[in-house]
Design a protein around this ligand. Structure first.
Ligand code: NI
Length: 247
């Protein structure tokens, strides 16, 4: 039985707020990561939880800064830096070094909201968490439960993705991970500060970007379409110039 309902009549706006990025990692990268993760020493996940969320959190984590976490974190960040869907959807300014968690034996994470500000360990850098990311390492058939359930005004959406795929969702959302009743759920999770703080403005930029890409792809060679595409690309960059925060 699923711990949270899939609402089939979600509004289009809500759908644009949860973005699945498929194939962030190749099957070879996932297999390599699994070797390191399966051999790693895991610690109690409460180490990175805030005061409120520590009460709800029951899972294991790789110690921050451990060799495996660093190596796999770099692998993820380098893959994301080349992923055009991720870059278009997130418009990232700063990304928190990826963390890794593991749920098994009934473990879960009750409903919570992620901390608004995160200090990057060992640096003076602070990140405002605009978007939360979860990248899956275990295949859905390896475990029961473990859905990431993201709540919003419009309902609850349940997410459980194939290995190497990632979901991005607004950090303002209440969310929980349902109990893992068989096998183990292994994921990376992290946050990012976007150049565009506001979700609705960021969604507009993403929609515009996708529309321009579609136009270029479908109707290349038509002079009117090419002129329109240049004009819309100008609108995109001029909106970005108005809305982007670089500090
Ligand atoms: Ni969370």
């Amino acid at each position: 039985m699923r711990e949270c309902a899939d609402h089939s009549r979600l509004s289009p706006l809500f759908k644009t707020m949860l973005i699945t990025i498929p194939d962030v990692l190749t099957p070879e990268q996932v297999a390599y990561a699994r070797q390191l993760l399966d051999a790693a020493d895991w610690v109690d996940g409460k180490v990175t939880a805030g005061h409120q969320s520590a009460k709800a959190k029951d899972n294991m984590q790789l110690p921050e800064g451990s060799p495996a976490a660093r190596e796999l974190g770099d692998m993820i960040l380098s893959a994301l830096g080349k992923n055009s869907l991720f870059l278009a959807a997130a418009l990232p300014l700063r990304i928190f070094p990826p963390l890794f968690n593991r749920y098994a034996g009934g473990q879960s994470f009750g409903t919570h909201v992620d901390n608004a500000i995160r200090q990057v360990p060992g640096t003076p850098l602070r990140i405002r968490t605009d978007l939360s990311a979860t990248l899956f390492f275990a295949a859905p058939e390896e475990y029961d439960g473990g859905e990431l359930c993201i709540e919003d005004t419009y309902g609850v959406q349940s997410v459980k993705l194939p290995p190497g795929h990632m979901v991005l969702y607004p950090s303002t959302s209440l969310h929980h991970v349902s109990p893992v009743t068989r096998g183990a759920r292994i994921c990376s999770f992290f946050w990012l500060q976007s150049m565009i703080r506001d979700d609705s403005q960021r969604s507009l930029m993403f929609d515009l970007d996708l529309a321009i890409q579609r136009l270029n792809h479908e109707l290349a060679g038509n002079p009117t379409v090419e002129k329109t595409s240049v004009q819309l690309t100008g609108v995109y960059h001029n909106l970005l110039r108005q809305w982007a925060e670089m500090g």
